[in-house]
Design a protein around this ligand. Structure first.
Ligand SMILES: NC(=O)C1=CN([C@@H]2O[C@H](COP(=O)(O)OP(=O)(O)OC[C@H]3O[C@@H](n4cnc5c(N)ncnc54)[C@H](O)[C@@H]3O)[C@@H](O)[C@H]2O)C=CC1
Ligand SMILES: O=C(O)C(=O)[C@H](O)COP(=O)(O)O
Length: 345
């Protein structure tokens, strides 16, 4: 069997070589000729999976080792009879830790008590739920907004979008969608940006395009944290230069998340092929016990991982993609034995 795999898929050799011959290619370089003889295609977000890529191929299984789905034409795959599997939830802890770590740093630098702040979470799926759990542990009051869930579940504690946008801290964790009943494209735009004030801390660690950058760059906030950008890697220099934290789409890039992305797709491929799973694969991440003694929460979190280094790495935005492809090892909090209690929900 022939597999074409994005060469940034975590441990792709150890995890997928049991299935056959692997051709590993940078995600952005996977094209129609790369996949024409392939049976399996395994990607991350940098490969557009659509008719242009697959029409001349015999690919029968596509695995996406990330969570976002905007790079995949699922309707086309379904019509073609190609099995598709996406590693939903693989990196939710990593993103939640990114947001909490940044809030703790901001509270220190801007001298506020986050327990006196409200956090508006727009999109309460895997990431938003974990973030809400951590916020509860930290005594941060959350305002939860998720109309698609509200349509199907009785969520009497959820609020409407404008209420969530009026929180002290606002963070988006929706997919990027342009159709359906609740499209997320430019969810924050010229018609509702007035809910964001010069006292609002505003995050985008969801997808570029969820917040209209042309408006954002002209709108005064207390602090902007931008991990996901319109037109990556050609990110908005005005927003980058004025951001509290401008990072290269790495909120979900913990080692654990990258491993889980590959592992979840591996399990789906085993099931698709009727193959037995190798139980040793789950032990590929073995950090051992990591002790840390930061003294206080901010220093402890920054010793675990300081996101400012990611912002520094892309001061020259030509480094955006290379830095992401060679991202430093970042373990999630649960690996660490720490004197300071960590909000591990
Ligand atoms: N910056 C990064 O590295 C990462 C970014 N992401 C992005 O974050 C998104 C969320 O990730 P998960 O929570 O794992 O996905 P998920 O699918 O579990 O949750 C998304 C939630 O957003 C809700 N939603 C959809 N449209 C909405 C709207 N218009 N308004 C409010 N809520 C809406 C859905 O109902 C769902 O509950 C992903 O789709 C991906 O685009 C995810 C992981 C890493
Ligand atoms: O899971 C998602 O969705 C993300 O945004 C991932 O962080 C994308 O990871 P890469 O494809 O950029 O490695």
């Amino acid at each position: 069997m022939k597999l074409v795999i994005d060469n940034t898929c975590y441990a792709y050799k150890e995890i997928f070589d049991c299935f056959g011959e692997i051709t590993a290619i940078a995600g952005r370089d996977i094209n129609a000729s790369s996949v024409k003889d392939a049976d399996v295609l395994i990607v991350r977000s940098r490969t557009q999976v659509n008719q242009a890529l697959l029409s001349g191929s015999q690919v029968k299984f596509v695995g996406s080792t990330v969570v976002g789905l905007d790079h995949v034409d699922q309707d086309y795959l379904k019509a073609k009879g190609t099995q598709f599997f996406s590693a939903q939830g693989c990196n939710s802890m990593a993103v939640a830790e990114f947001v909490i770590s940044t809030i703790v740093n901001l509270a220190n630098e801007l001298n506020f008590n986050y327990q006196k702040k409200t956090l508006g979470i727009i999109g309460v799926g895997n990431v938003g739920t974990r973030l809400a759990e951590k916020s509860k542990l930290m005594g941060i009051k959350t305002l939860l907004n998720d109309p698609p869930r509200q349509m199907h579940e009785s969520l009497d504690n959820f609020v409407d979008l404008n209420t969530a946008l009026s929180a002290d801290i606002v963070t988006f964790h929706t997919p990027l969608t342009v159709d359906g009943k609740h499209p997320s494209y430019q969810l924050l735009n010229e018609n509702n940006f007035h809910h964001i004030t010069n006292k609002t801390i505003l995050f985008n660690a969801a997808r570029g395009g969820v917040i209209k950058e042309a408006i954002w760059q002209k709108h005064k906030t207390l602090a902007n944290i931008i991990d996901c950008w319109e037109d990556e890697p050609n990110i908005n220099p005005s927003l980058q230069n004025t951001a509290y934290l401008a990072t290269p789409h790495i909120a979900g890039h913990s080692v654990d998340a990258k491993f889980m992305g590959s592992f979840i797709v591996y399990k789906a491929l085993c099931a698709f092929l009727g193959e037995k799973e190798d139980k040793n694969i789950r032990n590929l991440i073995n950090s051992g016990e990591l002790s840390i003694d930061g003294g206080n929460l901010k220093d402890t979190l920054n010793e675990i991982y300081d996101f400012q280094q990611d912002a520094n790495a892309i001061k020259d935005i030509n480094n955006f993609e290379d830095y992401r492809r060679n991202y430093p090892i970042r373990y999630e909090w649960h690996h660490f034995k720490s004197k300071t209690a960590l909000p591990i929900a």
